[in-house]
Design a binder for this molecule. Structure first.
Ligand code: ADP
Length: 367
C-alpha cells in the first residue's frame, strides 16, 4: 500500500496549430498546477469532462508520460524519473490489452513470470485474485471468447495480481453497457474493500466517481476545481462549474441581480416578475445591484400547495419519468427545473408559486 503525493504538477504538450495558414507550434498545458494527496488505502476518483486532463494526470503517475514541472511521490520516494516498472503500480485501462494467444491464467501470470516469481507464488496470487474478480471459472479460456465485462474483470485481476502499492484505473467501465457496468462497479468496490490498495479511477461518469470514491478530484481545463468526499462536492460545490457538473438532473444556475427592497435583499431575474428572498446567511455578502448566480438543485424547489407570498410563474414543461416527475417553469429567458417523487400532474401554461429551500441554495460569482 502507498500514499501518493502530487505537488504542483504541470504537463505541457507541443502540437501543430490546426489552422493550416498558421503552421506554428503551440504549447498547451493539459495539466496545470495539480496538487493532491491520496492517502494510503484511499479510493480517489478523478472526474471531469472529456479533455480536462484526467488521463494525462494518471499517465504521469504511471510513468507513461513525463511531467513538465512539479514533483510526484509514492511514500517518501520521488518518482518523477522512475521507470513505470519500478513504481509498483497496477494499471487497467479502458481497452483490455490482454494477450490473445494466452489463456486467462497465463495473462495473469505474465508479469509475475517476468519478475521471476516461482510457479507456487504465481498460483497462490492467482488463486487469491480470481475469486475476488469472479473469474475463477475462466482461467483456462482465451480472451477472444470472453465478453467485454469478463475481459475487464481479467484486466483488473491482472492489475492487482502482483498486489501493487497503487492501482490506476482509466475509464475501466466505459466500454460496458448499463447493467454490466453497474455490476462491475460494485465488484470493484468490493475488491477495493478487500485488498485496500490505494486506487485512482479516472472517469467522466459522476455516478461512477460518486459511488466508488472516498474522495473526488474534479478537473476542468487541466486544473483542479475541487477535492472532497462525494457528499461535500454535492452539498457544497465550490464554484459554478462543480455545481453544474455534479448532480443529475443538474443544479439550476439562475443569473440574477440582487435588489434591496423594504423586505430585505431579493434575487430578481431578467424579464421575470419572480423575486426570491436572499437567505439570511447571505445578507452580509450581497449588495444592491450585485450580479450573482443563484444555484438550487431541482429537488430543493417545491411547488406551493396553498397560496404563498410569491409571484406565480407559468409551467413550461411537465415530464413524467416513472419514479419522479420533472417540472420546468419559465423565469424570464431561463428554465428552472424541479423534481418530485410525488404523484402530481401539471399542464403547461398553468401558473404555480414556488418555495425555495433556503438552506439548500448556493451563491456563485457569475463565470
Ligand atoms: P481527459 O482524460 O480528461 O479526456 P486528456 O488528459 O486525455 O483528457 O487530455 C487533456 C488535453 O491534453 C486535451 O486537450 C488533449 O487534446 C491534450 N493531449 C493529450 N495527449 C496529448 C498528446 N500526446 N499530444 C498533444 N496533446 C495531447
Amino acid at each position: 500500500m502507498a500514499q501518493l503525493v502530487l505537488k504542483n504538477v504541470f504537463k505541457r504538450y507541443e502540437h501543430q496549430k490546426k489552422n493550416i495558414f498558421e503552421k506554428k507550434k503551440v504549447l498547451d498545458f493539459a495539466v496545470k498546477d495539480v496538487s493532491y494527496t491520496c492517502e494510503d488505502g484511499e479510493f480517489i476518483g478523478i472526474l471531469g469532462p472529456s479533455g480536462c486532463g484526467k488521463s494525462t494526470t494518471l499517465r504521469m503517475v504511471a510513468g507513461l508520460e513525463s511531467i513538465t514541472n512539479g514533483e510526484m511521490y509514492i511514500g517518501d520516494v520521488l518518482i518523477n524519473d522512475l521507470l513505470p516498472k519500478d513504481r509498483n503500480i497496477g494499471l487497467a485501462f479502458e481497452d483490455y490489452a490482454l494477450y490473445p494467444p494466452l489463456s486467462v491464467y497465463e495473462n495473469l501470470a505474465f508479469n509475475m513470470r517476468a519478475k521471476n516469481k516461482s510457479e507456487e507464488e504465481i498460483k497462490q496470487a492467482i488463486d487469491y485474485v480470481a475469486p475476488l474478480m469472479k473469474i475463477d471459472d475462466l482461467l483456462n479460456e482465451k480472451p477472444t471468447g470472453l465478453s467485454g465485462g469478463q475481459k475487464q474483470r481479467v484486466n483488473i485481476a491482472r492489475a492487482i495480481v502482483r498486489r501493487p502499492g497503487l492501482l490506476l484505473l482509466d475509464e475501466p467501465l466505459s466500454h460496458l453497457d448499463g447493467k454490466m457496468r453497474q455490476q462491475l462497479r460494485q465488484e470493484i468496490k468490493r475488491m477495493h474493500h478487500e485488498i485496500k490498495c490505494t486506487t485512482i479511477i479516472v472517469t467522466h461518469d459522476q455516478m461512477e466517481a460518486m459511488s466508488l470514491a472516498d474522495r473526488i478530484i474534479i478537473m476542468k481545463d487541466g486544473e483542479v476545481q475541487q477535492i472532497g468526499t462525494p457528499l461535500e462536492v454535492y452539498d457544497n460545490p465550490e464554484n459554478e462549474f462543480v455545481a453544474g457538473f455534479i448532480g443529475e438532473p443538474p443544479m439550476n444556475l439562475m443569473k440574477s441581480t440582487i435588489v434591496k427592497s423594504d423586505k430585505g435583499f431579493m434575487f430578481t431575474f431578467e424579464n421575470s416578475e419572480l423575486k426570491v428572498e436572499v437567505p439570511k446567511r447571505y445578507t452580509e455578502v450581497v449588495r444592491d445591484g450585485m450580479k450573482i448566480t443563484l444555484g438550487v438543485r431541482p429537488v430543493d424547489v417545491i411547488i406551493a400547495k396553498t397560496p404563498v407570498n410569491s409571484t406565480p410563474v407559468p409551467i413550461a414543461i411537465f415530464e413524467n419519468l416513472g419514479d419522479e416527475r420533472r417540472i420546468s417553469v419559465r423565469v424570464g429567458d431561463m428554465l428552472l427545473s424541479m423534481t418530485t417523487a410525488e404523484d402530481v400532474y401539471y399542464t403547461p401554461g398553468e401558473e404555480v408559486q414556488l418555495i425555495f429551500q433556503e438552506e439548500r441554495t448556493h451563491l456563485f460569482d457569475p463565470e
